[in-house]
Design a protein around this ligand. Structure first.
Ligand code: C2O
Length: 474
C-alpha cells in the first residue's frame, strides 16, 4: 500500500475510532457507521417503484450526432458549466414538480428500484447492459433540460494514475452551490482511490477476462469488474455511493458508471475473441425507463450492444490496448479444494507455472461462492494464510492474493438474499513465488482498513477453488 492510497483508509479509520472514543452510539448521532463508511440514516429512505405507467412504448432509433463522452477531469470550464447547469435543472425539477420522472430524485430512485427493491440487476449479466441503458436515458434527459442534444456524460477514468481523486468539477466546491457535489462522501477532495482497487493489475485482470461470462457475468453471477474496480470505488467514495440503494443520489455515480461502460466497450474492442452473449435470453433482457419527453419506454439488451451506432456516443482510447499481453484461451487447472479446503500448488502445477510465468503468461485463482461478511460495505483482502491476513501487509506482498468488495444494497432485508461472489484474482509473481515455495496454503480473509489488533481473520470458505492459466500468443 502506497502512502497516498493509505491516506484514504487512515482517514476513514480515524473517523471511526474518533466516534468510538467519544463513546457515542451511532443512533445517538443519527449516523450509521459501516466499515469505515459514515452514512447518514436518511440515506436508507425507501425508494419508490417507477410508477404504474402501463404498457411502455418501444425504444426508437436515435438519429442524433455521434458525440464523445470525455474524461471528467479534462472537461473545459464551459463544459463543466454546462454539466452543472444540466444537473442543476434536474435537481430543480425534483423540487418544482416531484412527480416529473426526469427529476434528480426520481432518477436516483430508479437505481434503487433496480438494486433489489423491485428487481435486482447487480450480480449478473444485466449489470453492464442495464447500467448502459440507465445512463443513456439519464444522459438524454440532462441534454433535454438544457436544450443540448450534444451533451454527453463524462467518465471518471480512475485507472489513470493522475485521475485517482474525485474529478474537481464534482468535488469542489462540495456544497449546494455545486450541483455535482454530494455532502455524504467519505472520500475528500484530496483522497485518492487506492492503486489496489483501480491499478494496472486490476485492469489487467478484468480486461484479460476470456469469455463474457468472466467479464460481464452470467444469468446468475457477476463478472470480474463488477467487483473490482466497480464495487471497490463505491466503497472508497462512501456515503450515498457506499450502498446501492442510495448510490445514484451522488452525481459521481454516473461518471463512475460511464467509465465502467467504457471498460465494457474496451473489452469488446480489445480482442476478436471478446464477444457479447448471443443467446436470446441475454439479447431479450428488457427494462423500462422514462425518456427525455417523459414517455415510458422499453429497451432491450440487443438495443444497447453498440453504443456508437445505437446510442450515439463514443469513448476515448484505452492505454491498455498497448500494454496488455495478447493471451491465449484460459485453461482451467483443478486441484483438490473440496477435500482439503486448502490451496494446493502441486509439483506439476509448480513446474507448469514457472514456465508460463517466465514467458509472460498469467495464472489466476478462482474462488466460487466465496463467503464474506454481508453486514457492511467494505473491501476484503485475501491472503495465503491466517498469519498473513492478521498482519495485512497489503498488495505487493508475497502472501497477497487479491481484494474483493462487498457493497450493501442498503436495506436490511436484502442482505440475506445477496449471493456469495465469485472472485477471480490474477496472481502476482510474488504470490506465485509464495505458492511455489509453500506448496499448500490455507487462505484467509481480512477487512481492509481495520487497525492492527482489531482485525478479524476469517479462513476462506468457498464452494470451489481452482486455477486457470493462459499463455501469451506469439
Ligand atoms: Cu448499479 Cu455501481 O451500481
Amino acid at each position: 500500500m502506497k502512502s497516498k492510497s493509505s491516506e484514504l483508509q487512515a482517514g476513514n479509520t480515524s473517523r471511526r475510532s474518533f466516534l468510538q472514543q467519544l463513546g457515542l452510539g451511532s443512533s445517538l448521532l443519527g449516523l450509521g457507521v459501516l466499515g469505515g463508511l459514515t452514512i447518514p440514516q436518511t440515506s436508507f429512505a425507501a425508494c419508490e417503484p417507477p410508477g404504474t405507467p402501463g404498457t411502455p412504448a418501444r425504444h426508437r432509433r436515435d438519429c442524433r450526432q455521434i458525440r464523445p463522452r470525455r474524461p471528467a477531469t479534462t472537461l473545459s470550464s464551459s463544459e463543466v458549466l454546462k454539466l452543472r447547469d444540466a444537473y442543476k435543472a434536474m435537481r430543480a425539477l425534483s423540487v418544482s414538480d416531484p412527480s416529473d420522472p426526469r427529476g434528480f430524485t426520481h432518477q436516483a430512485n430508479v437505481h434503487c428500484w433496480y438494486c433489489g427493491e423491485g428487481t435486482q440487476i447487480h450480480g449478473s449479466w444485466q449489470f453492464f447492459t442495464w447500467h448502459r441503458a440507465y445512463l443513456y436515458f439519464h444522459e438524454r434527459i440532462l441534454g433535454r433540460l438544457i436544450n443540448d442534444p450534444d451533451l454527453r456524460l463524462p467518465y471518471w477514468d480512475w485507472e489513470t494514475p493522475s485521475h485517482r481523486r474525485l474529478p474537481v468539477a464534482y468535488s469542489t466546491p462540495n456544497d449546494t452551490t455545486n450541483s455535482l457535489s454530494n455532502s455524504t462522501r467519505t472520500m475528500s477532495a484530496t483522497d485518492e482511490i487506492p492503486e489496489e482497487d483501480v491499478g494496472d493489475d486490476v485492469m489487467d485482470a478484468a480486461l484479460n477476462a476470456g469469455a463474457f461470462a468472466e467479464f460481464g457475468g452470467t444469468a446468475t453471477a457477476g463478472g470480474i469488474p463488477e467487483y473490482a474496480p466497480h464495487g471497490s470505488v463505491h466503497v472508497d467514495v462512501g456515503g450515498n455511493m457506499g450502498a446501492f440503494a442510495t448510490a445514484a443520489r451522488d452525481p459521481i455515480f454516473f461518471a463512475h458508471h460511464a467509465n465502467l461502460d467504457k471498460m465494457w466497450s474496451d473489452w469488446i474492442k480489445q480482442s476478436s475473441t471478446h464477444l457479447n452473449p448471443s443467446s436470446t435470453a441475454f439479447l431479450n433482457l428488457s427494462w423500462n425507463f422514462y425518456d427525455e419527453n417523459k414517455v415510458w419506454r422499453s429497451i432491450t439488451a440487443a438495443q444497447v450492444l453498440n453504443h456508437e451506432s445505437q446510442l450515439r456516443y463514443t469513448y476515448g482510447p484505452s492505454r491498455f490496448f498497448e500494454i496488455l499481453p495478447c493471451l491465449l484461451d484460459w485453461v482451467i487447472v483443478r486441484t483438490d479444494w473440496r477435500v482439503a479446503k486448502r490451496l494446493n500448488f502441486t509439483p506439476a502445477l509448480k513446474a507448469q507455472t514457472a514456465k508460463l510465468t517466465e514467458s509472460g503468461g498469467r495464472t489466476r485463482v478462482h474462488f466460487t461462492g466465496l463467503e464474506l461478511p454481508m453486514d457492511r460495505s467494505a473491501v476484503y483482502r485475501v491472503y495465503t494464510s491466517a498469519e498473513a491476513a492478521k498482519a495485512d501487509p497489503g498488495p505487493g506482498s508475497e502472501p497477497y492474493l487479491g481484494s474483493i468488495p462487498i457493497v450493501l444494497t442498503g436495506h436490511e432485508k436484502h442482505r440475506a438474499t445477496r449471493r456469495a461472489p465469485n472472485a477471480i484474482f490474477t496472481l502476482s509473481k510474488k504470490a506465485i513465488g509464495e505458492l511455489t515455495q509453500k506448496g499448500t496454503v490455507q487462505p484467509a480473509i481480512v477487512e481492509r482498513g481495520v487497525k492492527d489488533g482489531a482485525r478479524k481473520v476469517i479462513l476462506v470458505r468457498a464452494t470451489d477453488v481452482h486455477f486457470s492459466q493462459a499463455g501469451v500468443a506469439r
